[in-house]
Write a protein that binds this ligand. Structure first.
Ligand SMILES: [Fe+2]
Ligand SMILES: [Fe+2]
Length: 338
């Protein structure tokens, strides 16, 4: 048996008494990875925060969240999706914590369960302060979390949870915090970001190792899953666009931050696995789709459908910069000027 319990059958209900033998002959690189995974758990414990205290202190400092009605509603709708996303993250990390067999990744997933439970109830309490009853998720956001929740393949699950859902959350949190949309939320989000950044570590440490052992058929299966997941994420961003614009967020900036985070993750994975591809086909297709839905001409500029399609195909062929690169450059320039 490898890193993960491959056959479910009755394994979930029994104990893996050979769990320490799995790591006995580990090479240096794997031992190093195991230590990093273990530290996810211990850092989680060292940096734990009390959600009730933090929220109460922030409300005492800034007062109850106050926003003009349209913004209040838009912010509430966006963060309702986040709240359900936290519940999904709670369930998915619980599945991972059960199904991972080796001690270190199992510890990392267990600490994530505790974090996501806190993220869920604190976001619920925050939305309550905003006077909002969270509606169900929209079709595309639901698709993203349910694909990840329902897959039995642990590589797909890690790719969906650790490397996709966490990145989306981190990206949105960072941008909403930077814009200071609402002061209680702006000071609450760094607590979330610190936790979510740790959770990404479980994916960057495990996914390349798992994929390195896959057959071509399995690799293609994972790539198709990832592409469908990324497409559903961009459609959910599109569905959120009117609310994002209402609170002053350009969805292209979200794509740019997400893109940069994705590059950082790829870099971490390439350090461990130099064979990890620089610009896999899934990336190119995803960038083309982003260009199609969010043309780099910018918000409010009308671009005819056939021009959009031509631009998107040029992005896939890498003969044209995509919306991600353009927005990413736009975000870097003001920082460099300052
Ligand atoms: Fe979370
Ligand atoms: Fe998380």
């Amino acid at each position: 048996m490898g890193l993960l319990g491959r056959r479910r059958k009755r394994e979930d209900e029994s104990l893996p008494f050979d769990m320490f033998e799995l790591t006995a002959g580990h090479a240096d690189r794997e031992a190093r990875r195991a230590r990093r995974l273990e530290s996810i758990y211990h850092h989680g414990q060292a940096k734990i925060w009390d959600g009730r205290d933090v929220l109460a202190e922030l409300v005492q400092k800034h007062g109850r969240p106050q926003l003009p009605e349209a913004q209040r509603q838009a912010l509430s709708r966006i963060f309702s999706i986040i709240m359900w996303g936290e519940l999904a993250a709670w369930k998915i990390s619980a599945q991972l914590s059960d199904r991972l067999v080796e001690l270190e990744p199992k510890l990392a997933a267990a600490s994530q369960v505790h974090d996501e439970a806190r993220h869920f109830y604190v976001m619920h309490d925050y939305l309550d302060l905003l006077g909002h009853k969270p509606p169900p998720m929209d079709f595309w956001s639901r698709r993203v979390v349910e694909m990840t929740l329902q897959t039995d393949d642990l590589t797909k699950k890690l790719l969906g949870m650790q490397l996709t859902i966490e990145t989306i959350a981190l990206t949105l949190f960072q941008h909403v915090r930077e814009l200071g949309v609402e002061p209680v939320l702006a000071e609450l989000l760094p607590y979330y970001e610190r936790d979510e950044a740790r959770h990404v570590g479980l994916g960057t440490q495990l996914v390349p190792a798992l994929m390195a052992k896959m057959s071509i058929r399995e690799t293609v299966g994972v790539a198709l899953f990832q592409l469908e997941l990324l497409a559903a994420s961009v459609f959910s961003l599109k569905a959120m666009e009117p609310d994002l614009v209402t609170i002053g967020v350009d969805p292209r900036d979200i794509l740019a931050i997400g893109f940069r985070k994705q590059m950082e993750m790829q870099k971490v994975m390439r350090e461990e696995f130099p064979a990890w591809p620089e610009d896999p086909p899934v990336n190119r297709l995803f960038h083309g789709l982003c260009e199609l839905l969010f043309p780099s001409e910018g918000e409010g500029v009308k671009v005819p459908a056939h021009v959009r399609l031509a631009h998107a195909l040029a992005v896939v062929r890498r003969t044209r910069e995509g919306v991600l690169e353009v927005a990413d450059r736009g975000r870097k320039q003001p920082a460099q000027a300052g």
